[in-house]
Structures are given as structure tokens and as C-alpha cells.
Design a protein around this ligand. Structure first.
Ligand code: CUA
Length: 342
């Protein structure tokens, strides 16, 4: 004998409605939190905080795309909601003509419009005349910076004058890297045996974060640099000072530091103008004035510099700097000497 189970009546539409409302509130809360976080934190890599004309053009295009696609998203979701709520009717007047307009014609118009805006932006990014030439060569995993006309070589830090168009000649020693200063402009690949060009201008004095933006194995994520934009007269002063070789140390502690540098293997890999000719690692002629160590890995301080010399592998695994086994007095003298080079 079969018995029919009593059918339990539930109010599905009410439950679903409550669940949807809960989801919507959660979604709005998430967006509000993300917006609050985005507004309150420092954003050195944000393309939406442009500080030069090239980045300005890119940010404008980003906002144009954002608003157009936001409208498309809202209209599409509204139509979907409408379709789910309405009953199916045979011979609806919104038939194939509507599908063609909303599914083919309007998207095609929007995409062509976006293409035109993108091409216009690419045209705006073209520059032909420069005020300063800077050569940047990427290595495993750091940036060599040369001012060929002024005979200055630096590493992981680029100095430029505010309001001047700078032509960057970019290349790589080894694998492909990519050069990007998000607040000043777009990205450009750095290729071995070939050079690419990028024109950037900073409108405001400041320190801008730059980064390698092409996966180059190993510690790619710790391959960064700083671009320092100075007022023109401050830049001229910096360049003039940087072109001079460092004066020979006079204080006994600095003399000891230079002596440690020469006998402990540092000179085999690093250049100090008129002191040591090594070319494997970054040029240290201006190391004391740099803002970071290890290509943006650490803030440059005496403590960090001592830690870096003692065991750079612990701070940036896989870089080419070996551990050193200096006695504390020698290490301090070396740090004092390097710190004096600026
Ligand atoms: Cu160099 Cu990624």
C-alpha cells in the first residue's frame, strides 16, 4: 500500500527575495569597503594618480572605458532581470530585431568608438623631441642607469628634471624585462641586443616608483627602481655633482672602509668611479645617496646596508651578491665608506 507524502507548502519567492536582498547588501558593502581602502592607502603604482602628460592620457582613456562599460554592465543586468521576471510570450514584438540591435549593432558601435579613443591616446603618447637622454639597461635583477652625454652612471634610481621630456633608451643584458613607472606613463619592453624608446615627463617634483613588469624569473617581484623628479636647478646641481669622481677619503675610518672594499672582493664586481672597475654588479659611485638597496627591495639605511653586505641572499634570494664574512669593525668601516659616496 502506498501512502502519499503530504506536500509541504513553502514560500519560495519570499525566501529567494530575502536571499537576493542579502546578497545585494553584501555586494554593496564589499564595493564600499574596496572604495574606502582604495582612497585611504598610498598608491605609488596607481595609473589613476597620473603625474605626467603620458600617464594623464592613459588615465583619461581608463576612465572613458570604465564609464562606458559600467553603463553596458548596468543595462545588460537590467535587461536580464527584466527577462527573468517577465513571462514568456509567443510572438513578442521584441524579437530578432531587438537581438540584432542589442547583440550586434550596439556592441559593434561601442567597440569601434573605443578603438578610436585608444588610437587617439596612442597618438597622444608619441613624442619626438627630448630635453634629456637616459639609457637604462636591465640586468639580473636590477637596472643600470646611464646619462651618456654627462658621463654619469647610477643604478636603480633615475633622476630627471621636472617639466622636461626625457627619452629613455631601454635594453636588456640577458632576458627580457619591462620598464614601467605607472604614475608617469605606459610600459615598454627591454630586449636583449635591441633598444626600445619611451618618452616620459614628470610634472611635479617627487619620488615615483618604477618596476619590472615582465616576468623575468627568480626575484622578478623584487626588481624595482625609483624615479626622482627634481626642480631643474636642483637636477643640474645633482648631475654636476654626480659627474665628479668621489674625493679620496681623508678620515681613517673611511680609508679603512675603502681598503676593505678593495681587498674583500667588492671591487671585483662593483665600480666606484676612479677607484674600482668591476662591472658585474651595480655601480656604487652614488650608493650613499640612493633611496633603496637591492633594486627597490629595502630602504637604504646604514643598518640595512650592513645587513645587505653581510647576507644579501637572505633579503633577495638568488641575486648575484655572495655572502661576506667580514669582522664587525671592517663591516662598519665599509658601511661608513659606502655611505659617504653620494
Ligand atoms: Cu625583470 Cu621582471
Amino acid at each position: 500500500m502506498s501512502m502519499k507524502k503530504p506536500v509541504k507548502k513553502t514560500c519560495h519567492s519570499k525566501e529567494t527575495g530575502q536571499r537576493n536582498q542579502g546578497l545585494l547588501s553584501g555586494f554593496i558593502l564589499l564595493i564600499a569597503t574596496l572604495l574606502l581602502v582604495a582612497c585611504s592607502v598610498e598608491r605609488p603604482h596607481s595609473i589613476l594618480d597620473p603625474a605626467g602628460p603620458a600617464a594623464g592620457h592613459i588615465a583619461t582613456l581608463w576612465w572613458q572605458m570604465f564609464w562606458v562599460y559600467a553603463v553596458v554592465f548596468i543595462v545588460t543586468l537590467s535587461l536580464l532581470t527584466l527577462a527573468l521576471r517577465s513571462r514568456r510570450r509567443e510572438g513578442s514584438p521584441m524579437g530578432s530585431r531587438f537581438v540584432f540591435a542589442a547583440g550586434v549593432a550596439i556592441p559593434a558601435l561601442i567597440l569601434v568608438g573605443m578603438l578610436i579613443l585608444t588610437l587617439q591616446t596612442m597618438d597622444n603618447l608619441q613624442a619626438t623631441a627630448e630635453d634629456l637622454n637616459v639609457k637604462v639597461i636591465s640586468h639580473h635583477w636590477w637596472f643600470e642607469v646611464q646619462y651618456p652625454e654627462q658621463g654619469v652612471v647610477d643604478a636603480n634610481e633615475i633622476h630627471v628634471p621636472v617639466g622636461s621630456m626625457v627619452r629613455f633608451e631601454l635594453s636588456a643584458a640577458g632576458v627580457i624585462h619591462s620598464f614601467w613607472v605607472p604614475r608617469l606613463g605606459g610600459k615598454r619592453d627591454m630586449l636583449p641586443d635591441y633598444y626600445t624608446e619611451l618618452y616620459l615627463q614628470a610634472d611635479e617634483p617627487g619620488v615615483y616608483h618604477g618596476t619590472c613588469t615582465e616576468y623575468c624569473a627568480g626575484v622578478h617581484a623584487l626588481m624595482g627602481f625609483r624615479l626622482v623628479a627634481h626642480e631643474p636647478e636642483d637636477f643640474s646641481r645633482w648631475l654636476e655633482q654626480a659627474a665628479d669622481p668621489p674625493p679620496p677619503p681623508v678620515e681613517p675610518q673611511l680609508q679603512r672602509g675603502q681598503e676593505v672594499f678593495m681587498r674583500s672582493g667588492c671591487a671585483g664586481c662593483h665600480t666606484i668611479k676612479d677607484v674600482a672597475p668591476g662591472t658585474l654588479g651595480p655601480d656604487l659611485t652614488l650608493i650613499g645617496g640612493r633611496r633603496t638597496l637591492g633594486a627597490g627591495t629595502l630602504e637604504n639605511s646604514r643598518g640595512n646596508l650592513a645587513g645587505w653586505i653581510a647576507n644579501a641572499q637572505a633579503l633577495k634570494p638568488g641575486n648575484e651578491m655572495p655572502m661576506s664574512y667580514l669582522e664587525p669593525g671592517d663591516l662598519h668601516a665599509l658601511v661608513d665608506y659606502l655611505w659617504s659616496l653620494q
